[in-house]
Structure formats: C-alpha cells, structure tokens
Design a protein. Sequence first.
Length: 133
Amino acid sequence: LRILTTKPGDYGMTSKGLFYNFKYNTFVGGYTIPESGGWAIHISPYCLGNQVYFKAYGGHELIHLYHRYSASFDNTYSEQVAYKYTVDVFKSYNYYNDANYAISVASSRGLWSSDPGSLVTDRAYIWVMGKIL
C-alpha cells in the first residue's frame, strides 16, 4: 500500500491502483477533497480500466460535488444518495457482489438509508444518473 501525497494519512493506493481509506479501513473507487478554494474529485486508476466501476464511483463522487455546491451541504445525506446511486449502477450491470460490498461499506458507517428508494428523487441523483447511464 502506497500513501498518496494529495491528502497524506487518509488515503493510500494498492499496487493495482485501487484507493484505500485508512480512516475507515476500506477500499474506495474515488474521493472528493477541498482543493485550491474549490473541490476536486480523484478516481482510482483501477476504476479507469472498467466502465462499470468508472460509472459507479465517478458518479458517486459527482453526486458529492453537486451537493457540495448546493446551498446546504449535509454529508450524511450526500453519502446516502451517492451509495444508493453506486448500488443502482452495479445492479444495472449485474455486478451484485460489488453492489453488496457498497451496501456493506455504507451500512458499516451508518450511511445506508433505511428507505433508499426515497433517494432517487434527489436532484443530484437524477442529474448524474441521466449523464452517466
């Protein structure tokens, strides 16, 4: 595992190019961080080689970016919407193991909504779903 220089201490990268979040001890396809007075999305090189992973994790981070620039940002809500989107992408491509992993990660962090179906009306979810799928 190699430490990334963009945000030392929080993320590393495996030899296969998958990001690792040290804070939550889990693999992630991407992350959004403050950068140069705005926000930057980082997608793992591993996801760039697979269209489904790129759509799932790239869209997940776009949802956070959309929410970050909205009037009132709520991290828990943003994560719930983003995880719902990620799971829906994986299921739409029959990547059920990946969908279950995403649910497991979200649940372990208290971020899986008790009513995930209600999240599909979120503007960011609708916007990203329309752009990526």
